[in-house]
Write a protein that binds this ligand. Sequence first.
Ligand code: ADP
Ligand code: MG
Length: 689
Amino acid sequence: MSAVRLDTPVKFLKGIGERRAEALERLGIRTAQDLLWHLPRRYVDASSVTPLAKAEVGAEVACVGRVVAKGVLPTRRGLRIFHAVLRDDSGVLECVWPGQAFLDRTIAVGQTLLVSGPVRFYHGRQMAPREYIILTDAEGEADPLSAGKVLPVYPATEGLSHKVIRGLLDRHLDSLLPLAHDPLSPQLRESLGLPTLQDALLAVHRPTSAAEAELGRRRLAFDELLDLQLTLTRARELAKRQRSGVAFQVKGDLTGPLRAALPWTLTADQERALGEITADMTAPERMHRLLMGDVGTGKTVVALFAMLLAVENDFQAALMAPTELLAEQHAATLGGLLEPLGIRPQLLLGRQTAAEKKAARSAIASGAARITVGTHALVQESTSFRRLGLVVIDEQHRFGVEQRAALVGKGAAPDVLLLTATPIPRSLALTFYGDLDVSTLRQRPPGRGTIRTAVRTAAQRERVLEFVQREAEAGRQAYVVLPVIEESERADLRAATTMADMLAARWPDLSVGLVHGRLKPAERDDVMRRFRAGEMQVLVATTVIEVGIDVPNATTMVIEHPERFGLAQLHQLRGRIGRGAGSSYCVLMADETVPDRLHAFAATEDGFRIAELDLQERGMGDLIGARQSGGFEVRHARLPGDEDLLTRARELAGRIIGADPALQRPENQRLRERALSRFPRATELFRVG
Ligand code: ADP
Ligand code: MG
């Protein structure tokens, strides 16, 4: 066999065939390097596990025990409960999974399970695990924690348990480690107090203590932050050099009439953002600005003013959205606002017929299409613009750098306006968007419906369902949202299906739909379209409901297991209601013990405030979209927490990119080469022509 390299596809590694390679791909693992950098989600060690006998009612604990009995119990309501009794040296604990009878096929007597969740009292102590992981099979393996080890818990996916991933890493770690070359010099490492790359990888996969694993993580976090800062710094440098663009003039022959035709006045925040955009666009440098604001703060109309400014200078403008549904919605909204001006936005979608696409493309090429709205179909080779002056990208984080760059490349030197509905605190904005100018919309326009958020517990479920039913009977629509997390994806999807079946059986006169991430995008769009058209009253959904989807008639959202979501994510979900004029209701169906964080969440509607709370609580991993920037996924760094590393990374990046004479030092040379090999991706955005 030829020697394994870091870029060897995983399917060529021993113990991984085509099928496992496919499952690994779902976790983003394609090469040996990806496997080596697939870090544990967390660690379990003997000191962080509660003995079963000590799991107290009202507490939230993690326990490890062997399954000694299990089965499915029916209840009077027809809900089937899977239960399992765990035993360890201290005693036993019963675990119950309501509505998840299918676990009977997965969980077997003799297995060792890690379970975590709240303990309550119901004919004795009981845990309703939020999470379970099968640590060992029934066949005589010792409990991996019995030797006092620190156990890494890996992100898993359907068809690939955490245990299999652990096995693969165990098997390949020793042969892969020597392939990881450390780009940092010993001096630099020492000054940062960080281990070598190989030691760090060893520490995260096979720690002897939690502290050692953490130090390893910090090393990997530093590398990641350095890559990111190098990219941003380089992008900023390039932008400075290549910034000559179009200096648009405010002529007012279109922006004026739009202002006059709007049925309302812009909010102060919208005016300020528009002022900033106009200043950028009228300057001879190219604009590269991010417009950040919660769903419903009115980004679209601000973007429209920018587009009209380009159009009144005889340039074209294009808006790219991440899905066909969102593109259609934008085209409809813009179409309405543009009607009085006699401009019709041109739509370009992958699913249009060949003839429609051909007509659209010829209108775009001739310049007849002054404003074009579309999906990534806009960036295909066959699409060319006569004179593209402004590119607007909605939900920018959902596009790869290449796609954004490709659209920008359709013009000579178009201005770029990126939109995002994921507000993040300033400190993070600097980390991730250090190369962009940022405008923020914090106020919501007046006259829109309010969203009332309530926290309810399982005991009040009946009343919540009756409320949903009344709303549906009154002609309004509701979402019921369930979490899906990678680690227990299969069980979660089953829970969503079970919920949809349960509601359909309960409400024979209502139409109940189901949408989740395993559907193909076209199927998903289809369900959403039917919901929007009012063909269904209740939509059971996992977290895939589109950000920005506009169903004004959907006024209620019930969120199951809200404690499993980050606050920022809850906020994104909640943004799907409250889009009409009336009141909307978001109900969080919590466990008996409601954590304070949910009350704090219910008390505010300010996305920036919630992002700050979330950041304090769980670090930045949960701020959706914040993880992706310039094609980099930030997976290892934690903010707050790693600010020291961030500062050093920024400083170092500045020196490496700048004309610092210290650049001549060989270790910096090495970093520079490594950085340069990555730049083309992130800096394409600024490419001229
Ligand atoms: P976003 O894209 O930020 O989610 P939208 O642009 O979709 O927000 O705006 C949400 C709704 O508010 C739209 O129906 C829009 O017409 C309306 N709207 C926007 N600006 C104002 C304003 N200044 N006053 C009243 N309504 C507004
Ligand atoms: Mg929007």
